[in-house]
Design a protein around this ligand. Structure first.
Ligand code: ATP
Length: 449
């Protein structure tokens, strides 16, 4: 385009020069003035030519530089995103990017107590799960430091956190890798007839349940023992264990996790987490440690074996109009003592016939060791991995009082806060605990599911 312009101007200039020379030749003959006009015209045309040539060169050069910069910029961006992926540095996403990735937050894949989770696809085609956190709980700086600490832990059985989107006011967003088979609860608990199926689910066969137990134990063992600072997850439950396309388990949701110095044996923190998985020492405000995660893990093991929730409300056989709490670990304990352990295995697994009685027994033993009321009796995650993989034998666990049963024995409505306070107070005296409960701090035990 530019070339053609220069060409046209040159042609026009030469033609005008010829016309001027002809006119001058006719009117001025070969006088001095004729030669002067000819000279001036040639000089003007040469000047115009030179200007055009210089401009054209300058434009061409600029274009080359621009395209070079563009491709270098693109390469740098690709390089940067590649480096970020290997280094595990969390990306700060713009809200607009997340809005586009999730198609304006259309596809909800799950809901938790702190917000909803949406499926999305990033510009480079990566599938992500975007968690929208509504609460005011954490300040911006705390949120950032937590995100960077979590993003730096890497293990094959931990869900990767790609990044976050932060603003001074909620909601804030966490961007995780998308795990296609959803959470474990959908694969071990039978779905209610009334529940609309928006997520993939089914009955997980025994061998995969056993593998899940190993995967989760390895993830927690890494967090407890192999990170720079010890990380307590503090919300281990089936909803926070995701299954990939090969049913490999990945632990997620570090929203409640706590970083603990290697030399700290116990930490005090406000009660968070989910009913049914909280260790007694947490409920009793005696300080928590990695053994609190082990308690929750044991609870998950028992739920995987039984295919049912540990804490559930069932019809009272004495009065069918009433409902009463049932604590599955207590039933497991009784069946073990009666020598009828296979009766507690998920009926669907039993019907399939594909399960190993020795593995069931081992898993039950480990589960019951994990939920011992005294934290020091619970095994460490390293020991659990060894037991699961058969390197260490597991002894029969001692009976445990299961003080949680005391809490659940009453026919209480867990959403009734007055009843809740009453429910907790006698338990404190039961277990000879001097600490008192503040209703505010115990509320979250009963939030969640
Ligand atoms: N990375 C992910 N890939 C696929 N599905 C996910 C992912 N993260 C979460 N989900 C789905 O979203 C659901 C809700 O997750 P979320 O972490 O918000 O809540 P929760 O763990 O169930 O509850 P809470 O936050 O109260 O502990 C999960 O149970 C799971 O089914």
């Amino acid at each position: 385009m530019e070339d053609r312009k220069v060409h046209t101007i040159a042609v026009i200039s030469v033609i005008s020069l010829i016309i001027v020379i002809i006119i001058c030749r006719v009117s001025l003959k070969l006088s001095k003035a004729f030669f002067l006009i000819c000279g001036a015209s040639i000089a003007i045309i040469l000047a115009v030519f030179s200007c055009l040539l210089i401009r054209q060169r300058y434009n061409n050069r600029r274009k080359v530089l621009e395209s070079q910069l563009k491709s270098e910029g693109r390469e740098l961006r690709i390089e940067y995103s590649f480096l970020r992926k290997i280094a595990g540095v969390p990306t700060k996403f713009r809200y607009k990017e997340l809005e586009e990735a999730t198609d304006d937050f259309q596809a909800v894949i799950g809901k938790g107590s702190s917000g909803s989770v949406f499926k999305g696809i990033l510009n480079d085609g990566t599938s992500v799960a975007v968690k929208r956190i509504n609460g005011e709980e954490r300040g911006e700086r705390e949120f950032r430091s937590e995100v960077s600490a979590i993003a730096s832990v890497q293990h094959v059985n931990l869900v990767r956190l790609f990044g976050y989107c932060n603003s001074p006011t909620p909601p804030r967003y966490l961007v995780y890798e998308f795990i296609p088979n959803g959470s474990l609860d959908c694969w071990i608990f039978p779905m209610k007839q009334t529940t609309t199926r928006t997520r993939r689910c089914g009955c997980l066969p025994w061998n995969l349940r056993y593998n899940v137990a190993i995967d989760v134990a390895k993830a927690l063992s890494y967090l407890h023992h192999d990170c720079r600072s010890r990380i307590l997850h503090l919300d281990v439950k089936p909803e926070n264990i995701l299954l990939d396309e090969n049913y490999k388990a990945l632990v997620t949701d570090f929203g409640l996790s706590k970083l603990v110095g290697k030399d700290e044996s116990q930490v005090m923190t406000t009660i968070r987490g989910t009913r049914g998985y909280l260790a007694p020492e947490w409920l009793l405000e005696r300080g928590i440690s990695e053994k609190s995660d082990i308690y929750s893990y044991g609870m998950v093991l028992l739920e995987m074996i039984g295919g049912r929730r540990n804490v559930s409300k069932v019809e009272d056989p004495r009065d069918k109009s009433k409902k009463k709490w049932e604590f599955f670990p207590k039933i497991v304990n009784e069946k073990l003592r009666e020598g009828k352990l296979m009766e507690i295995v998920d009926k669907r697994v039993v019907e399939s016939g594909n399960f190993d009685e020795n593995e069931v027994k081992r898993l039950v033993f480990i589960g019951l060791w994990c939920i011992q009321e005294k934290p020091r009796l619970r095994p460490s995650m390293v020991e659990i991995v060894d037991m699961l993989e058969g390197r260490v034998s597991v002894e029969e666990p001692p009976g445990t009082r299961m003080i949680l049963v005391d809490m659940l024995a009453d026919d209480e409505d867990p959403t009734d806060h007055n009843n809740l306070a009453r429910l907790l107070t006698p338990m404190s005296s039961n277990v000879d605990c001097t600490s008192t409960y503040s209703l505010g701090s115990t509320m979250s035990i009963f939030s969640g599911r």
